[in-house]
Design a protein around this ligand. Sequence first.
Ligand code: BES
Ligand code: MG
Ligand code: ZN
Length: 499
Amino acid sequence: MTRIIISQRSAPPRQGEVKISLVFEGDLSRPPYTSLVLARAKKHAFTGKADQLFMMGNHAGYQLWLFIGMGKRADFSYTKLKQRLADGLRLVRQQRFSRAVVAPDLVIGRDCFALGKNIALAAELVNYRFNKYQNQKGRVDETLVETLEIYFTGLGRQEKKQFADGVTLGEKIAAGVNLTRDLVNEPASHLRPEDLVDQARVIAKTSDGKINMTVLDKSACRKLGMGAFLAVAQGSVRPPRFIILEYNQGQRAPAQKKTICLVGKSIVFDSGGLSLKPSEAMTDMKIDMAGGATVLGLFQVLAQTGDSRHEVIGILPVCENMPSGQAVRPGDVVRAMNGTTIEVLNTDAEGRLTLADGLAYAHKYFRPDAVIDIATLTGACMVALGEEITGLLGNDESLLRQIEAAGQRSGEELWRLPLYQRYAKMLKKSIADLKNVSGSRWGGTITAALFLQEFTAQRAWVHLDIAGPAYNKGKAHGTVAQGGTGWGVEMLFDFINHY
Ligand code: BES
Ligand code: MG
Ligand code: ZN
């Protein structure tokens, strides 16, 4: 953890620390920059643009000055501050400095809570590493930023408290995001359905009674008629688990209180089943439980903060999609919990089968005001939107807008795709009520969402396809880690608190 402190000292340079300046475009000419600094910055073409970082060491190399380009002052947002500070802190780590002080230029606006929250998020999201399987010598040689000092003068007691509260919340949200990342990064060899149950149990236990957990095993699911979920699970030797988490603060007046169900796709490994994936497509399929991991990360934040006045239900149908002599076959017909029969024409379209029973369960037992499912559902979504943008579809304009607004506030990119009803007929030429694939290569994200729609009982529902953003195969950038990203934890927490 990075210790974040407010300081009132007029930051004279200290040995062994990095002094960070956040510079808006064109502002470098203002005081307190010396002519030496200005000359150097000019030489390196640093002008404060939002993608620029400029580092300058003193003669001994003991001290470093880091300039973070913030872009135009008019475009400032706390989310942008979070992203830019994250890039800066990553560089500080790589340069192996363990202390940094953010210079006065930071004093922008006076929302001390937002400032504290976003600084803490930047620090803790950059601190994340997944190196438990590396021997010491193989680990990247870098330090932790142990202390981050924020130079901030003229603060009253109230403002200091707001800042500190913001830091505390930011740290808790970041811990939730980092938990999601850990679960996504964990290889399937070390993550059985039962391991997600253990994780959920820890979250419930440490929630001070705010979260209640129920786990259904295979025979309980059988009794409830979850034929779609169990069909996916049946090829694996590792038994399925259906996890239900119920968060209830139980304090506010019932009139204000709404019920939000979050259903997370939780396939611990997706081989494709008998419709086996080619090798390259299979390599990253340990991530196919990212939706469920996001729900768990969110519940950890709820457990630690108790911040929502609503009832929040997390539903994780957890299993593994494997080929075997017991596996579901292409052409088999299964019956979901709501009575809908499904012809399974492609066993690699397994997520929608597990979610069908997850959604049906949500409606049968909770009569939710809003249902959100989050899933690494289709490669087609990556074709449409690339690797960094989540696809958003749904049947309720107001709910869709609220999710879009939450994404904008948290800085997690999402984009709406149409739930075009004419395509629904592509799922209906079947010997059963529905088939699980459309039979066309085109519009795969939309037809997958239209399949899910059949299990939403016409109530407000949105679907988030995180096939791309759940995992970052490239380098870390901003607060986005390499590997599991924890996409959606911040956004969903923000959504719930504004709903
Ligand atoms: N888990 C995959 C989707 C996926 C692909 C997630 C790449 C992350 C990265 C999903 O179960 C799947 O296999 N979808 C198929 C659907 C098809 C058979 C209709 C796909 O996208 O090819
Ligand atoms: Mg699949
Ligand atoms: Zn899958």
